[in-house]
Design a protein around this ligand. Sequence first.
Ligand code: UGA
Length: 437
Amino acid sequence: MKVVVVGTGYVGLVTGACLAEVGTDVVCVDVDAAKISRLEEGILPIYEPGLEEIVTRNFKNGRLKFSTSLEFSIPDAAVAFIAVGTPPGEDGSADLRYVLQVAREIGHHMTAPLVIVTKSTVPVGTAVKVNRAVKEALQDRSASIDYDVASNPEFLKEGAAVADFMKPDRIVVGVNNDRAAKVLEALYAPFLLNGHPILFMDVASAEMTKYAANAMLATKISFMNDIAGLCELVGADVNKVRKGIGSDPRIGSRFIYPGIGYGGSCFPKDVKALIRTGLEYDRRLRILEAVEAVNDDQKKVMFDKIFRHFDGQLKNKTIALWGLSFKPNTDDMREAPSLVLVASLLEAGASVRVFDPVAMHEAQKALGDAVEWCSDLYHAAEGADAVALVTEWNEFRLPDWKRIGARVLFDGRNIYDDVTLHKNGITYYGIGTIQPS
Ligand code: UGA
């Protein structure tokens, strides 16, 4: 079976590479010619553990190809995935311009029956629009070719995308008939071994599942961040509370870690888009409005702690940031809490020294020379008055505290403990933990 994946961003590239890895012939198509030629040289646009290896291997063995031409790629394909960006518009709704453009182009160039699959995160009702776009394009050229439009949202986590794709918790497929279901079941068969389930449903439910999943996860995080704030006030330790509630299987121990707010390309955008969809149907999603508001506030929590600790005197103070990306194992800086923190610190007159194991290049695009770029965590901490742990990269977990001159540490992810820090003469501030008096 030959598959075309349109869009070589994060979702498209992982999908294309992983499908090729199990034996499917894949062409990844992108309008960006420079990106395509870099990919052919084995240079990836994103950092994702394990991805480079499978891209290179499958490119070499010929199962994975790259092209800028949908026209030449689509004719003999059985499945076309649309995995292009859906950036948020001004009002928070997902901008479907690129998705529909690709749908029209597919309609212009397809020559044989095709299953067209939306893989990008798209609002409920998008498959209907894609269907219309393809139909109109076929009518324009007076062609009559069978096609189906399906929805197959992805649930990949950045930093673990290859593993998530190869061993999915579930594969959700929204289809309107058996024909499309059979094609997609055959395509995904290699990933269903060992009991990984494929769930077939109608298209609207599949589209909704994606948003409901991310909205639920974002809700867990904001809920815990709200509880963490209260823990600090009442003198409780959220780490203990987290374990206490997480051992109830109805609650579960995953995704209830408080921090300095969720970031990335998914949660902030999807929560906004779902709120927006609600409004289109005259329904306020009040929980999600609160989830978003709590998260916006949470991104300011670390700065507030630093500001209070130094009695509002941040001029002439130097703060070292450990980690910049929105989470470990990615260089993604989109909606990263570090950006909010750096902006506030600079505005208050502090100097900022930063280090991230992977995201320095991406971060430079946003921060330029407003901060000092350092070569490792110790270099960042040199001469700093305080250290702020922003992203919980593994290499930050066990620093040699003797080499850290700063006498105060702000832990945005609760990876350290106050006892160890105190032993080393460092004042410790966690999130939702007992705060120094
Ligand atoms: C998220 C979902 O987890 C994926 O299932 C989904 O497919 C993806 O969005 C998407 O829609 O494409 P991702 O954005 O890569 O994946 O990152 P997560 O690992 O989910 O983390 C999101 C944010 O939540 C990070 O800022 C992280 O630090 C924060 N987080 C996560 C917490 O603050 N606490 C937690 O307990 C877990």
